[in-house]
Design a binder for this molecule. Sequence first.
Ligand code: ADP
Ligand code: GLC
Length: 474
Amino acid sequence: MFPLLKTGGLADVAGALPLALQQAGADVRVLLPGFAPVLADLEHAVLVADVVSPWGSTSHLRFGRLRSSGLPAYVLDAPHYYQREGSPYEDAKRRAHADNHRRFALLGWVGAKLSHGLDKTWQPNIVHSHDWHAALTPAYASFAGAAGAAPVQVYTIHNLAYQGLFSRAQFVELGLPAKAFAIQGLEFHDQMSFMKAGLFYADHLTTVSPSYAQEIQTPEQGCGLDGLLRERSACLTGILNGVDETVWDPAQDPAIVATYHAQRPQGKTRCKAALQARMGLAVQPNALLFGIVSRLTEQKGLQLVLSAVDDLLAWGGQLVVLGSGDPALEQAWRQLAIDHPGAVAVHVGYDEDLAHQVFAGTDVTLVPSRFEPCGLTQMYGLKYGSLPLVHRVGGLADTVEDCSLENLDSGRANGFVFHPFQVNALRRAIERAFALYKRSAQWRAVRSGAMRQPLGWEAAASQYMALYRSLLAK
Ligand code: ADP
Ligand code: GLC
């Protein structure tokens, strides 16, 4: 949950959606694993219960308020699981923790306990779990028996490609009934799939864009779960994520050298020069500057950029990359920067402030993902007037309209879209970006429209509220 702990977009959503739901009138509480920054942020904590897991470990469920956001929160205080070096999922050497099945089953176990009356002072009507880490909540809840009220279980897929797969032996540790290890259950090719538990046992499923909701029902993008998703398609809804405008707003962003907005975009010129200088690029105000802020994984499609970069540079462009992930990709980008000093700059690592500076300082944000459930960086690009250039897939397709002549004419254009996922299609989109940049009045008009687009969380929150109400009325 941003700003406490973040590895990607899930944290941005977890940090913003509960507050947006609160604004929309919901009585929201969050449940989080007690990673060190989360526990440190919890104020006025009281003990709700000592919880014994099915495999016999004891942890403390605390309730309080998060200092950073004011949100009421349950936090699972289990230092033996959550207080470790490395990322939330991996050790310092990037190896998945051997007991991840227990670490995240515990979250689901407690989610189910809270569903069924663990806190005598507060009973949820809706329990909404996010991604595989929380996905055992509806599974445990469905086997909890009829004790007390049974809230509606909603499960959101943020990325079907990360499934939380574990062995049959690990399944046996988790205290679920043996019959759950079946096709009609959480079994997936003789393994246990946390993701499938969410998909199978929740009352309603959502995912983070309407296009992705359709795509995951096809064999190409269903990651082996498309059959189940087609069966459940009547209770699968795509709701587009939003942008947290308290964090991502160039008019009041403390991380950038000059603030700006659609009516007064001049500050963006200073941001561009500062970024070029900081990253060791030639400080040329008229060089079309492309930016990438991304996890470096196969999903993000950046190999395609590596194949098109010679043209991008030959046409006078520059490129700045902020990313981390796959060591081979990190190395490929480092090498590219060495080969093109002054024109390509690469920062390998994770840097929140630099991410803001990249969106503020660039003209174009590249997001050529092979698949993208929603994607947030293209929306940050829109807000910061860095026109997104995207592959037409998932949430990218739902948020970006190409600068085709008809879209320019109607005022819908806000970026550049390519399809199919091939280097020639990408190259042509890059060419369109250069073509529009030469028509500077038109460029400024498109940019100004992009920056004024409403992208806040209100629309998503009201869709979730409508969904919750309809589920409660059933
Ligand atoms: P995903 O969750 O698949 O990584 P999203 O586009 O939904 O993709 O979200 C990515 C989030 O992570 C954005 O907030 C983006 O700014 C941030 N991010 C990705 N890589 C980095 C990095 N190297 N440094 C800082 N922020 C990053
Ligand atoms: C996942 C997806 C990304 C989405 C994010 C938040 O990490 O890869 O597309 O924006 O979740 O929903």
